[in-house]
Design a protein around this ligand. Structure first.
Ligand code: SF4
Length: 328
């Protein structure tokens, strides 16, 4: 799969485990935030990553961007293994990978004006005159629906939706090819969700950008993502074409997530599945299938053997013993 020329970024068996502070040296414990995740994201697409809070989505994104060193595995971006790059090569490559943050209130420095906030990546990169930076910032402000008059205003002068537009302008000022959108509308008023999603859609079409779209909102993922992966306790449970997964939802966890979405498709009402219990601790995840403690279909093998991610139909993979052929 990784020789597909269209793949812009892929992870190969990516794991991120954090040592637990205070655990005994001879019995070290780890938070297994991400375990053995292999995904391929194709150029120009929007790839959705979904799961409940704490399932490892943001840690995965940070490892993908090289902000966290993986414990194991690789991140390949435009054919380059991020962890084998020199500092200089990494810096150059990283310019093509940017992030839009979840909270536009805390992600913008309140002491900087908009020119400084959006123009900062160009200042750090160097080689531009003040006039060039200002011209580019104005161009981007207009692109995201703001104007030259906003140049010397401060984040506190703007609404949440406007601040997210400013965050988007800053993220794309160096013309990245890949953008991680980490829950970009979840901190915003519902009334501006569509505006921000439409803006992202417009920018993607104009600039042929690729998005990793992290969300716990299945309805949004269904409407904007070409492919998706469902994560639970740091592992991928189901992944593939969004439409295929939606039409043929197989994993019990994905079924429960989709069943909780009320407005997704009025013609296709699903029976509501309410999961019992909480997500187990990622320090000591259950043996076998990580979902076995909450799965309504759990069988004896589920707590003994971990199901592998297997292709069940074209562009649709699943990790579940209901489909692995092992039921003992
Ligand atoms: Fe449920 Fe077993 Fe499938 Fe896990 S492997 S999702 S516990 S049926």
């Amino acid at each position: 799969m990784t020789d597909d020329k269209n793949i812009i970024v892929s992870t190969q068996n990516l794991s991120v485990h954090f040592p637990v502070r205070g655990s005994l040296p001879f019995k070290k414990k780890y938070v297994k935030a991400v375990s053995n995740v292999s995904l391929n994201i194709r150029r120009g697409e929007t790839y959705g990553l979904v799961g409940e809070s704490g399932c490892g989505k943001s840690t995965f994104a940070n490892a993908l961007l090289g902000m966290i060193k993986p414990t194991e595995g690789k991140v390949i971006f435009e054919g380059k293994d991020l962890n084998s790059l020199s500092k200089k090569e990494f810096k150059q490559t990283r310019r093509n990978m940017q992030m839009i943050f979840q909270d536009p209130y805390s992600s913008l420095n309140p002491r900087f004006d908009i020119l400084q906030i959006i123009g900062e990546p160009m200042v750090i990169r160097g080689g531009y005159t003040d006039e060039e930076i200002e011209e580019r910032v104005v161009e981007l402000l207009e692109l995201v629906g703001l104007s030259r008059e906003d140049l010397h205003r401060y984040p506190s002068d703007f609404s949440g939706g406007q601040r997210q537009r400013i965050g988007i302008a800053r993220a794309i000022i160096l013309n990245p090819s890949f953008l991680v959108c980490d829950e970009p509308v979840s901190a915003l008023d519902v009334s501006v969700h569509a505006q921000i999603l439409n803006l992202l859609d417009k920018l993607q079409k104009q600039r042929n950008m690729t998005y990793l779209f992290i969300s716990h909102n299945l309805a949004v993922v269904k409407s904007i993502c070409d492919h998706m992966a469902v994560m639970y306790l740091g592992k991928v449970m189901e992944c593939g074409s969004t439409q295929t997964i939606y039409d043929n939802t197989l994993h019990p966890y994905t079924q429960a997530l989709f069943s909780a979405v009320l407005d997704i498709d009025v013609d296709n009402k699903r029976e509501r599945i309410v999961l019992q219990g909480d997500i187990p601790s990622p320090i000591d995840p259950p043996a076998g299938c990580r979902f076995c403690k909450r799965c309504p279909h759990a069988m004896p093998i589920c707590s003994q053997k971990e199901p592998e991610l297997i292709e069940i139909e074209p562009d649709h993979m699943i990790a579940c013993h209901l489909y692995s052929g092992e039921k003992e």
